[in-house]
Design a protein around this ligand. Sequence first.
Ligand code: COA
Length: 143
Amino acid sequence: MSTDPVRPYRPADRDQVVALWQACDLTRPWNDPDADIGRALETPTSTLLVHAAEPGRVTGTLMVGYDGHRGWMYYLASDPAARGGGIARALVQRAEEFLRAQGCPKVELMVRGTNAAALGFYDRLGYEAQDVVVRAKWLSGGT
Ligand SMILES: CC(C)(COP(=O)(O)OP(=O)(O)OC[C@H]1O[C@@H](n2cnc3c(N)ncnc32)[C@H](O)[C@@H]1OP(=O)(O)O)[C@@H](O)C(=O)NCCC(=O)NCCS
């Protein structure tokens, strides 16, 4: 019997998750990974999903949350040595299930326009381009 490789984050995953985000160029000076993980886990309608191809070996991540209107996904990462094997697809499918179970009607995400791999991936999964411009304002004193 095969075990589902996608499961919720556990504290023991922390170092591998951060290393994966660094390897995937997802970390930014203004985003503290520990604070980001902590907030996702403390919020009842959000979670951090982990793909573990083998027990104890993190091979993918996806943060997902429902804000009461839309679902949002962040930190999609797939082990660079295992790309093209369905890791990201499995994570997104689980995130969609997580949102559907809460009654969320639509899921969205932000991708840098230069990230051809992520755009190609999301195209493949049927995620359509939206004619919007993202604007943001720090509420926490960040810059
Ligand atoms: C984008 C990313 C998550 C894809 O991960 P992955 O595990 O290789 O993707 P999967 O194997 O699940 O691919 C699922 C499908 O998307 C397709 N796909 C994956 N990458 C693709 C690409 N660069 N261009 C076109 N299609 C792509 C696959 O061919 C596959 O199609 P199929 O199932 O019909 O054969 C991975 O490249 C990554 O981690 N990139 C760095 C981090 C990043 O940019 N994250 C997104 C931030 S918004």
